[in-house]
Design a protein around this ligand. Structure first.
Ligand code: AHN
Ligand code: ZN
Length: 327
């Protein structure tokens, strides 16, 4: 990949009024980017397929358990230091769910660290569909894609060169996608947010005392065909400079179709709790349009492999990988 992009800075055009002369001064300033290995979208795609093949990753089910074991083994195979955080939470309908956050560290002794996150559970209902509303979705994009992109980054760190200078912590949050159903008249007020159970737990019970990171990036629904990523509201509120940096990198890499320079609403997602409770500035790369909101597939049975596009995975994966290599 090119490691040098020339930025032409028009330093100034000076008009000399006296004498009527005009002089334009233009200087080309080279910006040295660190070299970055390739992000393999085929590999990320295969990781999504694998998750979908395990079945819905709904807590307290066999598919969830199988996916958990596969994820842990996979991350260990990439020579990461893997820790799990097991806990139980009550759901809005009174079930007790066994949840597991998975933390995998690259260069665990490096001081400067970047946190990369995705949720690995999937939704137990298809409440925005018109049929089979009470059946779990496959969650290829919602759940599968974020994990697929992060696993591919973990593979690159293990097998490709060069290596980044910073340490990286991957966090796979559990229990993200169990917000109350859309069509429901009585709210359970026992807790404020039923979404994001894993990140709510981790952000108030860090896996290591005093853990912090320079910044974090959450990826959620990053594989959809024709996806557009806008600057999400909480990301802008808590980590504006990181949003701008990542979006600018996306453009430099040629992914300006995907990374839209426009803001969208504030979305309750795992990054909110990482920002609020852990005090780590974390942005969210998520498909949510300021015009029509979530994609048509969202929380429906259309969230399957047919709507995953390797071009989207590549745009996001390349941009996130590039970002960590520049630190
Ligand atoms: C809201 O609907 C407010 N947050 C949903 C976050 C989410 C659900 N991400 C994936 N699924
Ligand atoms: Zn969801």
């Amino acid at each position: 990949m090119r490691n040098r992009i020339w930025l032409c800075l028009i330093l100034g055009t000076f008009l000399y009024a006296c004498g009527g002369r005009e002089r334009a001064e233009e200087t080309a300033v080279p910006i040295d980017y660190k070299d970055v290995p390739a992000f393999n979208a085929d590999s990320a795609y295969a990781f999504i397929q694998k998750q979908v093949d395990f079945g819905p990753r709904v807590p307290n089910t066999a598919g969830h358990e199988a996916t958990k074991n596969w994820l842990i083994e996979k991350l260990k195979g990439y020579k990461l230091e893997v820790q799990t955080q097991e806990f139980s939470e009550k759901t809005y309908d009174g079930q007790l769910w066994d949840l597991t956050n998975i933390i995998a560290s690259y260069k665990p002794d490096a001081k400067k660290r970047i946190l990369l996150a995705a949720h690995w559970d999937s939704r137990r209902i298809a409440d925005k569909d018109s049929e089979r509303l009470h059946e779990p979705i496959e969650g290829a994009n919602d759940g599968g894609s974020g994990v697929g992109v992060l696993l591919e980054i973990a593979r690159v760190l293990a097998y490709e060169n060069p290596k980044p200078d910073v340490g990286i912590d991957f966090i796979f949050f559990d229990g993200e996608d169990d917000g109350e159903p859309e069509h429901q008249d009585t709210r359970n007020r026992a807790r404020e947010y039923w979404w994001c159970l894993g990140s709510q737990y981790w952000s108030t019970n860090l896996h290591e005392r005093g853990y912090s990171a320079y910044f974090g990036i959450l990826v959620d629904m990053v594989g959809g065909r024709g996806a557009r990523f806008y600057k999400e509201g909480y990301s802008v509120r808590y980590a504006k400079n990181i949003v701008n940096k990542v979006w600018n990198y996306g453009h430099e890499l040629g992914h300006s179709d995907f990374f839209q320079m426009r803001e969208t609403a504030e979305l309750v997602d795992d990054h909110l709790f990482v920002n609020k409770n852990a005090g780590i500035p974390m942005i969210n790369i998520i498909e949510f349009s300021p015009d029509y909101g979530f994609g048509h597939y969202h929380h429906t049975h259309a969230d399957n492999m047919d709507m995953i596009d390797k071009r989207t995975l590549k745009a996001v994966g390349e941009t996130v990988l590039f970002t960590i290599y520049q630190e």
